[in-house]
Design a protein around this ligand. Structure first.
Ligand SMILES: C[S@@+](CC[C@H](N)C(=O)[O-])C[C@H]1O[C@@H](n2cnc3c(N)ncnc32)[C@H](O)[C@@H]1O
Length: 489
């Protein structure tokens, strides 16, 4: 466990160190290998204790000596072509020591390293000069940043809750010369977060994106961060190589295949055609939905959020104020203490505790109930959130929002009077089998996987909006035919 001080440094400076296998993969992907590296400028602009720079120095020394350099020439090149920036003085110091050790093992004892102990956000020394920019930029969400104003000056940081790694793209791209390449490992939120929208737009408009190695569920760092290796080049690309790190499969994708409505979606080229169709059609349908709400046949919402299932769901010794409830992830029916009337209005506490077992139940759990982060702070005896309550007495189908494959999909009928929790529910009068036939298909799994919302254990999640888009497309878009849809619009 890091100490709280270490933890603060980690949070504010985004310090996660890169394992050497990843460093090698990133340098190879950038093309930093063989004779091509000689007399080429390279920088890690957030170098930490030198995970990348050590491997870079090692490669440089080996190749230079193999090409007949003498120690003096090698010493000159190490100083002249290899660069780094690190904000933390201790990390900077460790980096210098680590680099010295490697250089010394090749007989170089007096390298005057060009490593700067400074803030990369304000350092202008390298603009337009680098052949290679590599690294693992800091991942720090904006609310953890100590100095937010300097971040907000960057163009890529203008939208959403930005993250420092997004700013490091702007810094890195500015450092590239006319033929330069950049290769970073960073969170895969780059594919779909609002904060990275301007970055994605820039990568596509300037035809910079060349390759993506999607690490998918493989967690390189000791954190719940999912990452990808991204290669940019100044050579004007219009397609990319997309590598699935888990299956090692490589697809060539045109920009227009995977850049859909401002986000990146990855799958096979064939799947992406269908996914693009789903996303663009459902976008038109959403407009229609807004203008003609009476045509809506379906909605998707989040199930109950009691914020204390232990109190509200279980095998109670009373039946008053209870309803059956479906756990979306298992489809199992349980008993739910439901302190609401048929209109969704909560029952006053004093009325509920007229039942002695209910009074006893509240008494045993009142501390936990009051400690919840409540939607309505003054009313502690009901569910933590009101979601789902107004639909209890409507027909619906519960569905889990966490799947790996087809077998994981759990769709369960929830007739009027039955609640659902721990997932989503589909609100519709359409027959259960119709919805089941739509969702229990590999096509739906492909769609969910392409959304790229990774969860631990190989799972993917999807939101109520994601599911609604899919169902809208299937029910209104695909079945009615595009012509009809757009005539109505
Ligand atoms: C994710 S770590 C990566 C370290 C190293 N490159 C590696 O891969 O092991 C990010 C590093 O960026 C440094 N850092 C954070 N903000 C910085 C800034 N504004 N300028 C320069 N370095 C910064 C942190 O101190 C940390 O060492």
């Amino acid at each position: 466990m890091p100490s709280s001080n270490q933890h603060t440094i980690q949070k504010t400076n985004g310090r996660y160190y890169t394992p050497s296998s990843m460093v090698r993969l990133i340098l190879d992907t950038a093309g930093y290998q063989g004779n091509a590296i000689l007399q080429k400028h390279i920088i890690d602009n957030s170098c930490g204790d030198g995970a990348f720079l050590c491997e870079i120095v090692h490669r440089y020394c080996e190749i230079a000596l193999r090409n007949g350099y003498n120690i003096e020439q090698l010493q000159h090149d190490l100083t002249h072509y290899i660069h780094g920036i690190e904000i933390e003085p201790i990390e900077y110091q460790k980096c210098i020591e680590n680099l010295n050790k490697i250089a010394q093992s090749f007989g170089v004892f007096q390298a005057a390293w060009d490593i700067k102990n400074t803030d990369a956000l304000t350092c202008q020394n390298y603009s337009g000069k680098m052949d290679f920019v590599v690294g693992n930029p800091p991942y720090v969400r904006v609310h953890n940043l100590l100095d937010y104003s300097s971040v907000k000056q960057f163009h890529f940081a203008q939208q959403g809750m930005t993250d420092l790694y997004i700013v490091f793209y702007e810094i890195g791209i500015n450092m590239l010369n006319k033929t330069g390449v950049l290769c970073y490992i960073n969170p895969s939120s780059l594919f779909n977060s609002l904060a990275a929208k301007l970055l994605r737009k820039n990568l596509i408009q300037n035809q910079l994106l060349k390759k993506v190695i999607d690490l998918k569920h493989t967690q390189v760092f000791n954190a719940t961060t999912y990452t990808a290796i991204v290669l940019l080049s100044q050579e004007k690309n219009n397609c990319i190589e997309y590598e699935n790190y888990e299956t090692q499969k490589i697809e060539t994708l045109k920009y227009s295949d995977f850049y859909i409505d401002g986000n990146f979606y990855f799958s096979t080229a064939k799947n992406l055609k269908q996914i693009k169709h789903i996303l663009l059609t459902s976008q038109r349908l959403a407009e229609l939905r807004f203008r003609q709400p009476e045509r809506n046949k379906i909605n998707v919402k989040n199930g109950f959020a009691t914020l204390c299932d232990k109190f509200f769901i279980g095998d109670f010794d009373f039946n008053e104020y209870t309803i059956p409830v479906v756990k979306s992830s298992t489809g199992k029916m349980q008993k739910c203490f439901y302190p609401y009337d048929k209109n969704g209005k909560y029952i006053p506490f004093n009325e509920l505790i007229n039942v002695p077992q209910i009074k006893q139940h509240y008494f045993a759990h009142s501390d936990k109930l009051k400690a919840r982060s409540l939607e309505n702070k003054n009313i502690w005896h009901i569910f933590g959130r009101s979601q789902g309550i107004l639909d209890t007495w409507k027909n619906k189908y519960a569905i889990n929002a966490l799947i790996r494959n087809l077998d994981d999909i759990k769709l369960t009928p929830c007739p009027a009077g039955v609640g659902s929790y721990g997932g989503l529910y589909i609100l519709t009068e359409l027959p259960f089998n119709e919805i089941k036939d739509i969702l229990l298909q590999q096509e739906f799994v492909d769609y969910v996987q392409a959304l790229g919302k990774y969860k631990q254990g190989g799972y993917y999640t999807f939101s109520s909006k994601d599911l609604l888009k899919y169902l809208d497309y299937k029910i209104m878009g695909e079945q009615n035919g595009q012509a009809d849809l757009f005539e109505c619009a």
